[in-house]
Write a protein that binds this ligand. Structure first.
Ligand code: SAM
Length: 323
């Protein structure tokens, strides 16, 4: 989670359109995922894992909204930019959070159509008292969102990027553009909250296996055979398969690199945890316990696949790149 402190610097690089990046593969993957109803989802072997992830998002989002509201004297409703919003799985969280305006952005056109549909259905059900929303189809790692806004002067209180930020680590220019999209749309003092797969966790699981892949019955992570011994900070690609949900290329996010790059864009790291820590902490609080139970997210943690240790050694060469 990062807090915006200063005005972002001007972008030094622009991504080149028509290059060989994997955005179209990712977009087509998400566009082709069928929408399943809750009863269908409850039969899935990853039902509890999905609920746990959803609980994490609920927890983080409500925490951020609380922080933002605590600072406001007049408690006016907040506005949000959801980068990589997908089919709108978080719309209910924004509704519950009583926000005023939502900007949804995603690379996948079909997902965005479904998101819009979901929003319109909710809006008709609650007879217009829902937050206003706009929907932008764009590769947020290559395009600036700002000129595409209904009101280009608008800045939001919160930028959320759930399980999507890691796609920008395909290259430095893409990570820069994504962070620019965060920074220039965020009010001074606003929050950026993101969830990404842990690079350290992935690497310790991979190393505990054959060094190239890890997984179990429901998920698989595999690196290409020609992965360099010293992995690149950007473009460190693996294929992620999760039963019935994901099967596409993703990129490791090296946390110190993210922190350093974010700082350049005026975003100060204020909070960074792995999911198991968030769960352990939540289990000590009664309200969170109740929500975990209601969301049927308790069965997942602590994970049976928890690796022995997470190592930073994998990226010991990284500081050289960052200077
Ligand atoms: N945030 C949603 C959620 O938590 O339910 C969706 C998460 S889904 C795992 C990842 C989303 O990131 C997909 O909807 C995908 O289309 C989007 N995405 C991937 N690369 C993107 C990019 N370059 N620009 C915008 N969205 C992107």
């Amino acid at each position: 989670m990062a807090e915006a402190d200063v005005t972002p610097p001007p972008a030094k690089r622009q991504a080149v359109e028509g290059d060989s990046s994997l955005g179209h593969v990712v977009a087509s993957h998400y566009n082709n995922i069928e929408e399943r109803g809750r009863s269908e989802r409850s039969k899935s072997r990853i039902f509890y894992m999905r609920n746990s992830n959803n609980w994490i998002k609920t927890h983080l989002i409500s925490y951020c909204l609380e922080q933002i509201r605590d600072r406001q004297v007049d408690h006016y409703p907040v506005s949000v930019l959801d980068l990589g919003c997908g089919k709108g799985g978080d719309l209910f969280k924004w509704q519950k959070g009583n926000i005023r305006h939502l900007v949804c952005a995603d690379i996948a056109e079909t997902s965005m159509e479904q998101c819009k549909e979901r929003y319109n259905k909710t809006k008709s059900r609650v007879r217009g008292s829902l937050f206003s929303a706009e929907f932008i189809v764009a590769d947020c790692t290559k395009k600036r969102i700002r000129p595409l806004l209904d009101n280009p002067k608008r800045q939001v209180d919160l930028v959320s990027c759930q399980f999507a930020f890691h796609y920008c680590f395909e290259s430095l220019p893409q990570a820069e553009t994504m962070l620019r999209n965060v920074a220039e749309n965020l009010k001074r003092g606003g929050y950026f909250v993101a969830t990404v797969p842990s690079a350290y966790e992935i690497m310790s699981r991979v190393k505990a296996g054959d060094g190239m892949k890890c997984g179990n019955e429901v998920y698989r992570i595999s690196f290409p055979a020609d992965r360099p011994e010293k992995p690149p900070l950007f473009g460190d690609c693996y294929n992620f398969f999760l039963e019935g949900v994901v099967d596409c290329p993703e990129f490791l996010v090296h946390p110190p690199t993210l922190q350093k790059l974010a700082k350049k864009w005026g975003l100060e790291m204020v909070w960074c945890r792995n999911f198991s820590t968030v769960f352990q902490d939540a289990l000590r609080e009664q309200d969170s316990q109740r929500l975990l139970s209601v969301m049927q997210a308790l069965e997942q943690y602590p994970s049976r696949d928890e690796p022995a240790t997470a190592s930073e050694g994998e990226y010991s060469h990284a500081e050289d790149h960052l200077k």
